[in-house]
Design a protein around this ligand. Sequence first.
Ligand SMILES: NC(=O)c1ccc[n+]([C@@H]2O[C@H](COP(=O)([O-])OP(=O)(O)OC[C@H]3O[C@@H](n4cnc5c(N)ncnc54)[C@H](O)[C@@H]3O)[C@@H](O)[C@H]2O)c1
Length: 437
Amino acid sequence: MRRPVSVAPPKGKLGVLTPGMGAVSTTFMAGVELVRRGHAVPVGSLTQLGTIRLGKRTDGRTPQIKDFVQLAKLDDIVFGGWDVFSDDAYQAAAKAGVLEAKDLAKAEKFLKGIKPMKAVFDQSYVKNLHGTHVKKGKTKFDLAEQLREDIRAFKKKNKLDRLVMVWCGSTEVFLKAEDVHKSLASFEKGMKANHPAIAPSMLYAYAAISEGVPFANGAPNLTVDIPALEEYAKAKNVAIGGKDFKTGQTLLKTVLAPAFKARMLGLNGWFSTNILGNRDGEVLDDPGSFKTKEESKLGALEYILQPALYPDLYSKIYHKVRINYYPPRGDNKEGWDNIDIFGWLGYPMQIKVDFLCRDSILAAPIVLDLALFFDLAQRAGMRGIQEWLSFYFKSPMCAKELYPEHDLFIQLMKLKNTLRWMMGEDLITHLGSEYYD
Ligand SMILES: NC(=O)c1ccc[n+]([C@@H]2O[C@H](COP(=O)([O-])OP(=O)(O)OC[C@H]3O[C@@H](n4cnc5c(N)ncnc54)[C@H](O)[C@@H]3O)[C@@H](O)[C@H]2O)c1
């Protein structure tokens, strides 16, 4: 990728569109509004709180990321979205039960003004969801055209300068890339013939790219991770990326596994289980949707530990991931990990992690960061897969010939170095020999 010659400034308003206005999306919208009004600090958001070191450690140059690369301001964000239910963002947030009534009350009027557009939805792709606020169309191509029309109308009505789309919809059933996904021509033909391997999320991605809108996928669905849409994004100069927000259990997995590998400690097994009771949990109770999530969650260890390079340490790992729908917990997921490691002379040890987390509280700042960074990438003319944003994803997309980078700290270094590179600053290699010359 060539370095951007210039990065267009973030003038005017930025529309953030989320297909899916459920727990994650409404927690994101409510949170941004509370921050804008000075009621909250954007905890968990690198774009809002993070800094970046420039030059030598002795230079004392550590600006805030949002100033260094000129990100869009929170005040300039306008929210919109689609859902299969007609609830406005206030009703949806109240039902999701993530935020307390006292917090929602502060943004009630604002959230009530955000009403979902009718969704493109088909229950064969999300078995445990029964929605009625759904578009009608003869073919998938017609439906994609309707989404394009929605995007244009939203932009016009809100007098927006730019848009980004972040998929916050439910996890669809497991799909594998096949012939129809291989090229833009076969994909467009497939849409017109209602090919079953073209899921609704792909139509949103297609519509976004068609309208020059960057697209990030927060769920593990295949969606934009197919050659046809990659080709299309390149042709239309649009930034794309995914998949699956890296929030709780996988975040910790991609911190702990690199630590074991760094110290050459072995691993025999890693058992991860979750209980959660929100709508996401209900959707994932269907084996088809669970399979999509399972694949996404399983990948990280294999790539981080590289068993082919370290057969003595990692060739016999038993890795198991379970997700159990348990309504009493709502959005407050509990993720347990039992990790069987071994050390010097093969002596076994165990680590137990019990993360009592809040799923959407962890995901909301990721939606914000992705929206702002994808907008930045687009303004910088960076097209196609944005691998530098792997930091945010459980199952990061990357070029065909590469393996994905999962280690959180490599991902962070890559992200920050990309920002330095974009702005013509020296990359930081952490060599530091100059301090001792
Ligand atoms: N919360 C987390 O920590 C986390 C982490 C990683 C990924 N995710 C993923 O993010 C997504 C959203 O999670 P959530 O907790 O907000 O779930 P949710 O069930 O509360 O919200 C998803 C919303 O998407 C809607 N929807 C489904 N299909 C749609 C379609 N085709 N068009 C428009 N709307 C559609 C549903 O009606 C629902 O309101 C899920 O796929 C989840 O797996 C969440």
